[in-house]
Design a protein around this ligand. Structure first.
Ligand SMILES: Nc1nc2c(c(=O)[nH]1)N[C@H]1C(S)=C(S)[C@@H](COP(=O)(O)O)O[C@H]1N2
Ligand SMILES: [Mo]
Length: 430
């Protein structure tokens, strides 16, 4: 390993993904960006508004990947199983602390959890954005013990799937969208401990020419619609990689569980869950912009309300709120209750939550149980004594410190990402 520090180039600000994306796509057109596993057709459609295309590479060969499950137990009172994924039931979070216990944390697997050994694990950093050193090909490797020997930091952060809340596009708005029909349980908060990615990049000989950093998982290749898209990988602009990203090896004070990336995962605070690549095996550090299916086909907004060729790749999560209650929970008329919930945002802390217990007719401010902090949720509660028997809806509306407030209707997109509208939680008073 080389220990060296280079000036950090900043090709894009933290919110500069839109401009950078245009640049990245143009560079691809000019033959200066790599897009392994992204079809030429997809890239051309993203580019269509910008320029005309010429000679381009063909997509790689397709191979099969095995589908298999999740390692940890998934008791039905804690989880709703959805294919290779498991959604946390919000009622199971009642009585848990600020951090989601590891056993209760949702799992999103494109294929299956690989059971890896820390002692065999290596992290390989490679690519044109490194100055090139020890290894024959300029690659630098770290073992698990190497990583654990580096200065560690601990940070509380949520991981949330970009599709969390997706089913509400259909149930509340009558929109048809594709993807896993999560309700609101594809989110969890943990205390992550690990090494800042920037530290490892600098040790690996980060060059001033680096622009993108692409971690890749050691899980099986992902086949979608008969096409092998390769192993899960998604580029991060260098600016974000150097900002607050961790190579995490602990979750809530324990080694990462198998399902959450053991031995090491990437943790990208506030960004869409796909950025937080689990079971990371290598990181390409590139002087050329990189494209993968996970920032082209997936994780952009498509549909009538969005630019014809799709939005920029998704970065921050939106604002959401959830009650720690089962859908269709029942309450006794005249009996005093305390309703609990949590709200969070990718843009800032949640410092205000308003709750309605009458389907949105009247609102009250909830009492906050956490000091509002960015990157995690704020717990809250309101007292409620149901007065009339019958069906009603509970609503919670959060506002973050950037002034983002949950709207009544979320702007739809074909893949159902970033649902942010106030969710109408049905309950019955008996
Ligand atoms: N290697 C790898 N990393 C991955 C995934 C995956 O399938 N493989 N899924 C991503 C997605 S879409 C999400 S939402 C989060 C989920 O993290 P969790 O399973 O620890 O909750 O992991 C991300 N990292
Ligand atoms: Mo996700």
């Amino acid at each position: 390993m080389t220990a060296s520090v280079t000036p950090s180039p900043r090709p894009a600000g933290r919110t500069g993904e839109t401009a950078y994306d245009r640049h990245r796509l143009r560079q691809w057109l000019a033959g200066d960006a790599r897009a392994d596993g992204v079809s030429r057709r997809r890239l051309l459609s993203l580019l269509a508004a910008t320029a005309a295309a010429t000679a381009l590479p063909a997509p790689g060969p397709a191979r099969a990947a095995a589908a298999a499950p999740i390692v940890k137990p998934l008791p039905p009172e804690w989880f709703i199983q959805r294919g290779t994924n498991a959604e946390t039931r919000w009622e199971a979070l009642r009585g848990t602390g600020h951090h989601t216990p590891n056993e209760l944390f949702f799992v999103r697997n494109h294929t299956a959890t690989p059971v890896l050994e820390a002692r065999d694990w290596r992290l390989r950093l490679w690519g044109s954005g490194l100055r090139g050193a020890p290894g024959e090909d300029g690659a630098v490797e770290f073992g698990y013990d190497d990583l654990r020997a580096l200065p560690a930091v601990t940070r509380t952060a949520f991981v949330e799937c970009a599709g969390n809340g997706r089913s509400h596009y259909a149930t509340q708005q009558g929109e048809t969208v594709t993807g896993t029909a999560w309700t609101l349980g594809a989110v969890g908060v943990a205390r992550w401990r690990g090494v800042p990615l920037g530290h490892v990049l600098r040790r690996a000989g980060l060059s001033s020419r680096a622009v993108d950093v692409q971690p890749r998982g050691l899980d099986a290749e992902y086949v979608s619609g008969g096409e092998n898209l390769g192993r899960v990988r998604r580029p991060l602009p260098l600016a974000k990689a150097l900002d607050d990203v961790l190579l995490a090896y602990e979750m809530n004070g324990e080694p990462l569980p198998y399902d959450h990336g053991y031995p090491v995962r990437v943790l990208v605070p506030s960004w869409v869950g796909i950025s937080s690549v689990k079971w990371v095996g290598d990181i390409e550090v590139s002087a050329q912009p990189l494209l993968s299916p996970w920032n082209t086909t997936f994780y952009r907004l498509f549909g009538p309300a969005h630019p014809a060729q799709g939005s920029a790749p998704l970065t921050r999560q939106t604002v959401k709120s959830a009650f720690e209650l089962a859908g269709g929970a029942t309450f006794a008329v005249g009996e005093g209750q305390v309703l609990h919930g949590r709200s969070w945002s990718g843009a800032g802390a949640v410092a205000r939550v308003d709750v309605s217990t009458d389907g949105g007719a009247s609102w009250r401010r909830a009492r906050l149980h956490d000091r509002p902090r960015a990157g995690t949720w704020t717990r809250w509660s309101v007292a409620w004594t149901p007065e009339r028997p019958g069906a009603t809806q509970l609503l919670a509306r959060a506002t973050d410190t950037h002034g983002r407030r949950q709207p009544d209707v979320a702007v739809p997109n074909t893949q159902g990402y970033l649902f942010d509208a106030v969710v109408r939680h049905p309950v019955t008073v008996v």
